[in-house]
Design a protein around this ligand. Sequence first.
Ligand code: GN1
Ligand code: MG
Length: 365
Amino acid sequence: MSNMNTQEIFSIFSQFDTGDVPTSADVMRGGHINDTYKITGKHGTYTLQRINTNVFTRPSDIMRNILLVTRHMAEKIASKDKKAEAFVPTVFLSRNGEPYITTEEGSCYRLLRYVDGITVNQSDYNENILREAGRAVGMFHSLTFDLAPEILVNVIPGFHDTPARLFALHTALNDDKAGRAASVRDIAEEILSYKSICGSVAHAIEDGSVLLRVTHNDTKIDNIIFDRKTGKALCLIDLDTVMPGSLLYDFGDAVRSGTTSGAEDEPDARKVSFLPDLYEAFADGYLKEAQALLTPRELELLPISPLLVTIECAARFLTDYLCGDVYFKTSRPHQNLDRAKAQLSLAKGMERHLPLMRRVIEKRA
Ligand code: GN1
Ligand code: MG
């Protein structure tokens, strides 16, 4: 649907209550799930997104979660520090007062205020960017910690259930729907060999020693908008998966995406290693904002959480490859396989650095 023409985009825009007139529209690339457009109007700039209803089967649930969380954050910020306003993406309602619209052919769209800033390419990551990213994720947790997670809908049950993600890989390997299993058996087995450690956070949630909280669940660095001049983190976007979860996965996913020496889909996995200095910078920024919220058990599991999320992503990418590339957007053949191999390589680097990852947290805790 990325080939919508400008008139179609404008017509969807006009169904939202902005009081503005659109003048131009551009396709934005980046996310693996939704289609995104930037719309410029006479009075402002907007982000229009077609919600992927294969992934988010009940758009009303995700929009309800997003409104509850953004309104809570905005109220807290208004009562304290107005400067942090950009941290909250603003949702526009439709002319009928709904948080999204449905077109005649059944597509769902939502409109947000565009956050004027940049996303940073992996090749440009440095300690400042990672420290700022840590601050943004920590700020999100501290702004939502007093919101009861039970009021949010669990929009994708088991989203970060790492053992279940590994089991799905095991099943996809046996089912071999796309006839690719023989070519990836070795890497699948390597990923599956992490089975014994990958349940540590899931088990801690089950036994109640790690609390469910309001979490973002998709904290890759691509989902953080930075100020183009100062490099300050302005906003954590892409709130589709905001739901009850563990902050350990948010910490872990940001580290997964931010501490790598290669792109998420780097075709040569040997180029993908873990960069400890960037990890330390992220942990520093994160703990400065969020340390007071963390229980001793969460602090204990913080250093292993990036490894779990990285294995989880490797399993998800390879599962999708085995199923014929039906979930994550791809722009070339074998991209999901490359993604899986790159994640595995990164995970191995993290595993070797676990003692250092622990020391970094202990030093600050
Ligand atoms: C997807 O939507 P996007 O591109 O920010 C995915 C995340 C993965 C990520 C990997 C709803 O995120 O879980 O970690 O790709 N989102 C969903 O890049 O599955
Ligand atoms: Mg997303």
